[in-house]
Design a protein around this ligand. Structure first.
Ligand code: CP3
Length: 318
């Protein structure tokens, strides 16, 4: 869950030499940044360094990563005609650097038995960026498009879903041991609209990947209304935010799926002893197998490294 990044001095040192896109597109450096958290934190897997928005770029939407306040789509989608200009990503050509970074990372970690995790944005979350153009509190432009023009919105989701499936397939073929789909903004939809729009698009991504037999993790921030729907997507692992205790999540989704989560990332601002207590409480709430201990969302840039280490240490001790 955003393992690499600005809270690590080693990341900031590399990033001060180049822009974000260059770092993503230079496999040797992307591999180096992906491995940093394994060495520094002792986590059990490496998340490949990339971003969910590189796929939009490969499909024809230019992204500005250097705005100073988060990435921006230069010409967001506003009509059915705009949707028709999106093309398949041609992953072999436009996204080959992700596969190369995965191959290098897998090789570098092979003697330590540490798997590499690939990822992509989920269709609805990528549609949020394609239409609103940047992070927003409520993504009202996207929701307006969905309600005014549901047919076109479905076409957008389908085009994105096919690109996402291609992108994840190449990551698995490059050696990713599992892949995670980030539906970061799914929490802004009602249960009904998530079922009507996001669910079929997720199934369209996940279904064709099943034959590759690599576990698929689905993360949704604000998952409480959508847990039963998430369990219908075909994902093997449901990654949830911190708002519900894991025991309640488990009750609602049944025993077939693995869960991942769910400490509030802000809990890592507490002193290490309190982090250890909160982590133990989280783990005791989900006794037995079927849990990947993690945070409920990404690491924040000003969390002290020692506090992240306290979290990992508490998980391992448990
Ligand atoms: O976990 C990892 O180590 C892999 C790296 C990773 C990044 N982005 C690198 C990144 C992952 C898994 C992502 C996913 C991502 N990107 C999501 C879904 C996950 C989530 O957080 O819910 C989203 C919504 C994005 C889009 C995005 N990219 C945003 C909103 C931002 C700005 C974030 C911020 O806090 O300013 C980015 C840029 C970005 N992607 C950074 C990193 C390390 C910061 C870039 C920098 O300035 O160095």
């Amino acid at each position: 869950m955003r393992q690499a990044g600005r809270y690590l001095p080693g990341y900031r040192a590399i990033r001060s030499q180049m822009d974000f896109r260059t770092l993503c597109k230079t496999p040797e450096l992307a591999a180096k940044v992906s491995i940093q958290p394994v060495d520094i934190l002792g986590v059990d897997a490496a998340v490949i360094f990339s971003d969910i928005l590189v796929l939009l770029e490969a499909m024809g939407l230019a992204v500005d990563f250097e705005t100073g306040d988060g990435p921006r789509i230069q010409k967001p989608i506003r009509s059915l005609n705009d949707i028709k200009t999106l093309h398949p990503p041609d992953v072999g050509k436009n996204l080959c650097y992700t596969g190369d970074a995965i191959r290098l990372t897998v090789k570098a970690l092979s003697d330590r038995n540490i798997p590499v995790i690939g990822f992509a944005g989920a269709p609805f979350t990528l549609a949020c960026y394609a239409i609103d153009g940047k992070t927003s509190r409520d993504f009202n432009k996207t929701k307006r498009f969905m309600y005014e023009n549901p047919g076109a919105f479905v076409q957008l989701l389908h085009r994105l879903a096919d690109g996402i499936a291609d992108h994840l397939q190449t990551q698995i073929e490059a050696g990713a041991a599992a892949v995670q789909l980030f539906d970061t903004w799914g929490g802004i939809l009602s249960r009904e609209t998530y079922r009507a729009f996001a669910l079929p698009a997720l199934q369209r991504v996940i279904q064709p990947l099943k034959v590759l037999r690599s576990p698929i993790i689905l993360y949704l921030n604000g998952s409480a209304p959508h847990l039963e729907t998430m369990a219908e997507t075909g994902a093997d692992v449901l990654s949830v935010d911190w708002r519900l205790p894991l025991s309640q999540v488990r009750q609602r989704v049944g025993k077939k799926v693995v869960l991942q989560g769910n400490l509030d990332p802000c809990a890592l601002y507490a002193p290490p002893a309190a982090i250890a207590r909160a982590t133990r409480a989280m783990l005791m709430d989900h006794p037995g197998k079927g849990l990947i201990a993690n945070l409920g969302h990404g690491m924040l840039p000003d969390i002290p490294v020692a506090h992240v280490q306290a979290f990992v240490k508490a998980v391992k001790a448990f």
